[in-house]
Design a protein. Structure first.
Length: 265
């Protein structure tokens, strides 16, 4: 059981009702791998109208799911903590999370008044080092804003625009944060995860992982990604990885030239 919720820091597992079949797997692996030092931090679980009755979490309901960002805002409004570590329900934690490393992330975020900290390493490894654990993310760098990560709740709420999807938020939210300070990235991952769902379909990775680890997933709840979608996804990932190898300042210049060349005003 969690202790009385703190007004400073908590963990939010963000979900929605259509993925309720995943919740037992999500929470089982979360609590198996997260060392929470006897429940020092409150664990919130956000959904729409379906109540998560696991006694280890504090359920938060957003009400009718009109769109992702509106539901997210209603969940955040009900959480008393000023700082949050946000995790999505379909990113299953598959490696141990040491409490000392989590504690260092939380204390760093609070001490430097961070708006956001990404908890997996950036592909860009030439960033300025804030200390031996974190890099500071430069202004105007692409993908500064990720759904998952450490967030200052008030700042996060100011970024959310009703009607946006998670993908819109990561792209357009990064533009909205372009000139804001307080963005960091951890040097080594807080934990490893498996992504089970992509565009409302089971990933091939989810099938392989579930089979190897004897994890029961209800594959009848949604379709498995078809071959065409898998090929497109892999092509996009190759493109992303290739672009990520280009120093971000040059990347921005290239994209700016492409926009000016192919988009008429």
């Amino acid at each position: 059981m969690n202790k009385t919720p703190s007004n400073e820091f908590g963990i939010l597992i963000l979900s929605y009702d259509a993925l309720s079949d995943l919740w037992p797997v999500t929470l089982s692996h979360f609590f198996d791998n997260f060392d929470l030092d006897g429940g020092r931090y409150p664990i919130y679980f956000g959904s729409n109208e379906v109540f998560n009755d696991d006694p280890r979490v504090i359920p938060i309901l957003s009400g009718k799911d009109n769109d992702w960002s509106s539901s997210y805002l209603r969940i955040l409004e009900q959480i008393p903590c000023s700082k949050l570590l946000v995790i999505l329900e379909d990113l299953i934690v598959v490696s141990p999370v040491e409490f000392i490393k989590l504690k260092e992330l939380v204390e760093f975020g609070i001490s430097v008044k961070a708006n956001h900290i990404q908890y997996w390493p950036s592909l860009d490894n030439n960033l300025d080092s804030k200390n031996n654990l974190f890099f500071e993310i430069p202004k105007k760098m692409p993908y500064r804003s990720t759904v998952c990560g450490f967030w200052d709740k008030r700042y996060l709420m100011s970024l959310l625009i009703p009607g946006e999807s998670p993908w819109n938020f990561e792209i357009m939210g990064s533009y909205r944060t372009s000139y804001d300070p307080g963005f960091y990235v951890i040097k080594s991952s807080l934990f490893e995860f498996v992504n089970l769902i992509e565009k409302r379909s089971w990933t091939q990775e989810s099938i392989i992982w579930a089979t190897r680890n004897n994890v029961e997933l209800n594959f009848s709840c949604r379709p498995v990604a078809n071959r065409a979608n898998i090929i497109i996804s892999k092509m996009k990932q190759c493109y992303f990885n290739s672009m990520a190898r280009i120093p971000w300042r040059y990347r921005i210049k290239i994209m700016s030239i492409m926009r000016k060349t192919f988009i008429s005003y």
